[in-house]
Design a protein around this ligand. Sequence first.
Ligand code: CIZ
Length: 296
Amino acid sequence: MESINRLRGERQAVILAHNYQPPEIQDLADFVGDSLGLARQAAETEARTVVFCGVHFMAETSAILNPDKVTLLPEPGAGCPLADTVTPEGIRTLRKLHPEAVVVTYVNSTAAVKAESDYCCTSGNAVQVVRSIEAPEIIFTPDGNLGRYVQKVTGRKLIIWEGCCPIHDGIRAGDVRRLKEEHPGALVIAHPECRPEVLELADEVASTSGMFRVVEESGREEFIILTESGMGYPLSKRFPGRRFHFPSTEPFCPDMKVITLEKVERSLREMEPRITVPEETRVRALRAVERMLSIG
Ligand code: CIZ
């Protein structure tokens, strides 16, 4: 830890940790949050180096927003099965089938896929992004469950790419019903990457950042949280007196747990592995992100 702090200073580094990261990584970080929020926070600092403790697409998002900083991902093998479900070729093929369509891509995607898209969105603003679009057709990628949720809330018929996050998609309605029986006073907050029948059982649907807001504003003491179980740590840290229950299957993303203190130390020492995005791709991907940010 001491050597990480020394290197953090020497490299003028900011350390970012996603909400699903292990506790020791969150405790070390300068900022903890969701992927886009973290990339934007880094952009507001004078840091020259960003250490992104998360998965590959998140470090790419940071590189898109921070072209003048070195972006390090301490474990380059940290991937995302959801982001891997869609390719730039896949988007181009769909565009040929629907030439009038606008493409909205969830932030959980590679930089190359964002570059093929008209708008980026997060799980927190996907509904507003879709509502703001007037085009006759909208292609929504890559999360099918999020797409169906947005479709239901907005009433807009979407052309949905059928990818999913295996962790959220693996949360079962039966398990949630049992949890509700065990904790009848708990407020149920679900991530919109969960299946429709799971979202039906929730009181609130929210992104990871949105979950903090819901807990804060609810005034309740007990919650059933339907997302990756790493979220229990930042919630309990921020709201020490409240109780958070997760499905008994303990939804666990192995990619989110491969970053260790040793790997953070090594990446700062060696200034590797670096995540770079080719400039042409970066500029096009940034355009999709900025279009999203321009929506109220
Ligand atoms: O984009 C993120 O950070 C993810 C994976 C989810 C969320 O809701 O924050």
